[in-house]
Design a protein around this ligand. Structure first.
Ligand code: ADE
Length: 231
């Protein structure tokens, strides 16, 4: 079994890379994929870069070039549900592209015309394991399972949070997860998106983000490590 792991930024993959062994690099275009072992599992790790296109390219290569059996995306997100705090963990039950807007043709927001699915669902078995290990490590009050929404926007306004909550019932927002989920849906690849909250996507987001990104990235790395022990 080969497991793919994607993180958008260096902060999000560096922790995992330092505990990988037998690393072999493979460069595809500008992307460097690290093949190796982690917790006795064969893994491929890549820093995708920020945003939906970068994430979709990496997810596609994970399937078509490396032929991974399961794919994880790990990193940080802005909290949308007011109950969720910085440092908490959100495990994505399903993912929606919040900036997909064909309402001019009568489609609901997020709906991708001519696709039967746009609320891309995470793999049930991976979700169950992730909830179990995250609860074990962080405590039930810090672990949330719900919808993650993605768009090519760093959200930093109370109005936008309100809109994301009311329109999509989003738990958190980030810039890659739904693109990965979209690719995985097309290739029937089991996936899970795990996010640690680095900010609350409000007026303070750009101040909180750099302060908490490292802690949040550490939290999501801990979960991936523990999940690998169980699959
Ligand atoms: N990733 C972390 N915080 C975020 C935010 N507020 N908006 C989008 N992506 C994020």
């Amino acid at each position: 079994m080969l497991i793919g792991i994607i993180g958008a930024m260096n902060e999000e993959v560096i922790e995992l890379k330092t505990i990988m062994t037998s690393i072999v690099e493979e460069k595809l275009g500008d992307l460097i994929f690290f093949k190796g072992e982690l917790k006795d599992k064969k893994v491929v790790l890549v820093e995708s870069g920020i945003g939906k296109v970068n994430a979709a390219i990496c997810a596609t290569l994970m399937k078509t070039h490396f032929n991974v059996d399961k794919l994880f995306f790990t990193g940080v997100a802005g909290g949308v549900n007011p109950k969720i705090n910085i440092g908490d963990i959100v495990i994505g039950s399903d993912l929606v592209e919040h900036d997909f807007d064909c309402t001019a043709f009568g489609y609901e927001l997020g709906k991708i015309p001519r696709m039967s699915e746009y609320q891309f669902k995470a793999d049930e078995a991976l979700k169950r394991i992730a909830v179990e290990v995250a609860t074990e490590v962080f405590g039930a009050e810090k672990v949330w399972i719900g919808r993650i929404v993605s768009g090519d926007q760093f959200v930093a306004s109370p109005e936008k949070i309100k809109w994301l909550k009311e329109t999509f019932n989003a738990y958190c927002t980030e810039m890659e997860g739904a693109a990965v989920a979209h690719v995985c849906y097309l290739f029937e690849l089991p996936f899970l998106i795990i996010r640690a909250i680095s900010d609350k996507a409000d007026d303070d987001a750009k101040v909180d983000y750099p302060e908490f990104v490292k802690l949040a990235a550490k939290n999501s790395k801990t979960i991936i490590e523990k999940i690998l022990e169980k699959i």
